[in-house]
Design a protein around this ligand. Structure first.
Ligand code: CS2
Length: 518
């Protein structure tokens, strides 16, 4: 597309919205379908950067290729408010693809309406129970499912679940809200629906099905039976790195393309979506635009969570401990790059099942290259957030697989200890090195206050948290020994020296290292 005759910027400084579309620079790609003909058919819960960079873009592609009634209604049940940003822009926003020096802009048009349901469930329930909505997708973060990470069961002690079981008509949690929406559907039109989790939890369809069904069963009014017959919970693997938007991203759009957009998102070029072929009712044909509908998602899910996400989590904890702000800076450090590559190649890849059409070593190399993209400013603290909800699928499951075969876990244990060190160092006793956000942060800070710097006692007390560490794993001698040694190294004055040591010496040597008893 040439822009030789382009006026400097007809939209100069104006805010993005339907009226501005015609005035945008030809460098900005626009929706290639008639938005005014778009009707709602999909609801999405959790309209953050990831959704806008992923499902909404696939839907935009689908509408351009095979127009159908698949407009998206975006719902937020937690902050931020959508009305102020996306709502004011008529659902339109810019998706930037950034790859080192390249910047590509595209306005996505698939969101037809946004709904803020932070104060009351009513607006969300109205959408979710509507007969127009045939598919519900969600990105509500790992902790949004209110499950126990180590078992996948609904956490019946979770305050929002306790509340929802007592007040089923005004739910606060995602499982409570979905169960209530299904109840309203059952009582009104009875139309089937697919509930599609797009979060990085293991077997996400199974966990979503578990938590919703557990609530439905307690209703005792036929909802569990109706759900079994009319609702599908396919699992899915989703992928695209899309960090939280910053003011600098908003300024980039204004500077380069001449308009203001308060809902900009930035992502990498790579994207992937593998969806289990198990639907209730009509389903958007995302498979026509690059998604894959498959019988078995597990191999893809393990690949993505253990390799890409495992590397991100590792770089986030070791990165913070080493003083690096973003993933791309952590991986530019030769030591951390060596560590993460060795961990993936030597310990993670052998735990994977065969993945149709994918060579795991090539995938691992591609993942490392994605993480090195300097234009994706993904903060290590952002990835480190909610680690208690992430380490099971990213690190502990591959560790368990290796222990079952009596294989070494020396490298994979390091980021597990990294997560512990990250939370321990945020406690007052350790000088509040940084601010953290994790459902288990307080509990671990309390352990750190009580135990102090004794790594053995610290690691063993944290390993006893059975909502995160399955007791049989926590009791495994090799696992304990490795985590204790790594925690000691990472809490020492020079955590990077420990990482260097691990990269050069076998961990058994570290277990016997004289510095440990010094
Ligand atoms: C990241 C993910 O914040 C995190 O936990 O690891 O959001 C990651 O960027 C995506 O899963 C990539 O698809």
């Amino acid at each position: 597309m040439g822009d030789r005759s382009e006026p400097v910027s007809p939209a100069h400084g104006a805010s993005l919205g339907p009226a501005l579309l015609g005035d945008l620079s030809s460098k900005v790609r626009k929706p290639a379908y008639d938005r005014s003909a778009l009707k709602p058919g999909i609801a999405h819960i959790g309209v953050g950067a990831f959704h806008r960079c992923h499902q909404a873009e696939y839907t935009d592609d689908l509408l351009a290729k095979d127009f159908d009634r698949w407009g998206l209604v975006g719902i937020n049940i937690r902050p931020p408010l959508l009305g102020q940003t996306l709502g004011r822009q008529g659902g339109l926003y810019t998706r930037l693809i950034r790859q080192n020096d390249e910047v590509e802009a595209r306005v996505i048009g698939s969101i037809v309406r946004v709904v803020d349901s932070q104060d009351s469930a009513a607006p969300a329930l109205e959408v979710l129970s509507s007969p127009d909505i045939e598919t519900v997708t969600m990105t509500v973060t790992e902790k949004g499912y209110c499950h126990i990470p180590s078992s996948g069961a609904l956490d019946l002690d979770h305050p929002d679940i306790v509340y929802d079981l007592a007040n089923p008509q005004a739910p606060r949690s995602v499982p409570g809200m979905l169960a209530r929406a299904l109840e309203l559907r059952m009582a009104s039109h009875g139309r089937p629906v697919t509930l599609l989790s797009c979060d990085n939890i293991p077997a996400n369809g199974i966990i979503l099905g578990n938590v919703v069904r557990t609530i439905a069963e307690r209703r005792g009014n036929g909802l569990a039976e109706w759900t079994a017959a009319n609702v599908a919970f396919p699992s899915a693997m989703v992928d695209r790195i899309a960090p939280a938007t910053t003011e600098a991203d908003i300024d980039t759009v204004e500077r380069r393309f001449g308009y203001r957009d308060s809902a900009v998102v930035v992502g990498e070029r790579f994207r992937q979506w593998v969806i289990e072929n198990r639907f209730a009712g009509r389903m958007p044909r995302w498979d026509l635009v690059g998604a894959a509908f498959v019988d078995e998602v597990t191999p893809f899910e393990h690949l993505k969570m253990r390799v890409l996400n495992g590397a991100q989590t590792t770089l986030s904890y070791l990165g913070v401990l080493g003083g690096f702000e973003h993933t791309f800076e952590a991986i530019a450090d030769p030591l951390l790059a060596t560590f993460v590559r060795r961990m993936l190649m030597e310990e993670t890849l052998p735990t994977l099942m065969p993945v149709p059409g994918i060579s795991p070593p090539a995938y691992a190399e591609q993942s490392l290259a994605r993480l090195a993209n300097t234009a994706i400013r993904h903060r290590n603290h952002q990835i480190a957030t909610d680690g208690s909800q992430k380490i099971v699928q990213r690190l502990l499951n591959p560790i368990r697989d290796r222990l079952a075969k009596d294989e070494s876990i020396a490298l994979l244990s390091v980021p597990v200890a990294g997560w512990m060190a990250y939370l321990v160092k945020a406690s007052a006793r350790f000088g509040r090195a940084w601010h953290v956000s994790d459902p288990f942060a307080e509990k671990i800070a309390a352990i750190a206050e009580r135990v102090g710097a004794d790594s053995n006692e610290l690691a063993n007390t944290i390993l006893a948290i059975d909502a995160i560490f399955d007791p049989s794993l926590a009791a495994h001698d090799t696992f304990r020994a490795n985590v204790v040694a790594a925690l000691e190294g990472l809490l020492s004055e020079n955590p990077m020296a420990f990482v260097k040591y691990v990269c050069t010496e076998p961990i058994d040597a570290w277990l016997k290292h004289p510095a440990r008893s010094a």
